[in-house]
Design a protein around this ligand. Structure first.
Ligand code: NAD
Length: 298
């Protein structure tokens, strides 16, 4: 008789996000009713990439729901680096702007490096400025952790999955997710392996993972035979396959083998936006120097 597959724990970023965002909303309302201004996030979209437009819209809507004011800047795809830097310089000095987010990727003619360096580290809610990346290396709590790694960390914590002493394998070494996440998992005392496009035998590494995190954008890269029985699987990827949104993980086949898994959508995606809201609140609190009543530590 065929063995009945066990149902894994579904790590719902959607549910956890609702809970955390409700906490943020209440906290913001407390500040506002005590006479303080609202937190503010500036969002810059350059060009007309459809996926970027959706991400930006989601972020602005999420701000609205928790009472964070957003300032939306839509810039033409043919602006120069200097023009974008001028906008950022203005936002760096604006009192009511606590965080600045420049949606990536940027058009080719713009230097991403210069843009990242131009955002004031205290307003760098994406956590990409080298000062904040450095604080992640140095384990300094006052930096901003990039939103997706921060969201994953909160998701693991919420479901009682402690990376300490575990073998964490990260597939994908990108600047936004894989690399900062590897530092954060080291911070959490995991044994971390990072794989990427030049890794020769991916399966050799993924099979050893207690916690497998994939962030490549290759649809269904992670198959059932690449995952250890009982592992925890976190799927960061977002791709389109046959008109559907799918992750890096072949969810339907992998889910019968693992103890816990994130769905796509509804897993890491909402947690990334929640990470952004938490970082914006952190920037705001630091700038208006209010005593935190929050129990959620960004
Ligand atoms: P990136 O292009 O910066 O990095 C991709 C990484 O994957 C690289 O290190 C590359 O070497 C590796 N890679 C590519 N193909 C591989 C393969 N066949 N085997 C092993 N490694 C491979 O991308 P990114 O910005 O880190 O984003 C990765 C994915 O995560 C994308 O699908 C993106 O849309 C998604 N993403 C999701 C969220 C979210 O909130 N869920 C947030 C950010 C990014």
């Amino acid at each position: 008789m065929e063995e009945k597959m066990k149902e894994p724990l579904i790590l719902s970023g959607k549910e956890l996000s609702q809970k955390i965002r409700e906490g943020i909303r209440k906290e913001v309302e407390e500040y506002v009713s005590s006479g303080l201004r609202r937190p503010g996030l500036a969002v810059i979209l350059v060009g007309d990439d459809p996926a970027s437009r959706i991400y930006v819209k989601n972020k602005i809507n999420a701000c609205k729901k928790v009472g964070i004011e957003s300032f939306f800047y839509e810039l033409s795809s043919n602006i120069t680096t200097e023009e974008l830097l001028d906008t950022i310089a203005e936002l760096n000095s604006r009192e009511e702007v606590d965080g600045i987010l420049v949606q990536l990727p940027l058009p080719e003619q713009i230097s991403q490096e210069e843009v990242i360096l131009s955002i004031h580290p205290d307003k760098d809610v994406d956590g990409f400025h080298p000062q904040n990346m450095g604080k992640l290396v140095a384990r300094m709590e006052d930096g901003f952790i990039p939103c997706t790694p921060l969201g994953i960390d909160l998701l693991l914590k919420h479901y009682g999955i402690d990376p300490k002493g575990k073998d964490v394998v990260i597939v994908g070494a990108g600047f936004i997710v894989g690399r900062p996440l590897s530092l954060l998992m080291l911070w959490r005392d995991a044994t971390v392996t990072v794989c990427h496009i030049y890794t020769r035998d991916l399966k050799k590494y993924t099979l050893g993972a207690d916690i497998l995190i994939s962030a490549t954008g290759v649809p269904h890269l992670i198959k059932e035979d690449m995952v250890r029985e009982g592992a925890v699987v976190i799927d960061v990827g977002i791709s389109k396959l046959d008109g559907r949104i799918v992750g890096d993980v072949d969810f339907e086949r992998v889910k019968g083998k693992v103890s816990a898994i994130t769905p796509v959508p509804g897993g890491v995606g909402p947690m990334t936006v929640t990470g952004l809201l938490l970082n914006t609140l952190k920037a705001y609190k630091r700038r208006v120097k209010v005593h935190s009543t929050s129990t959620i530590k960004p």
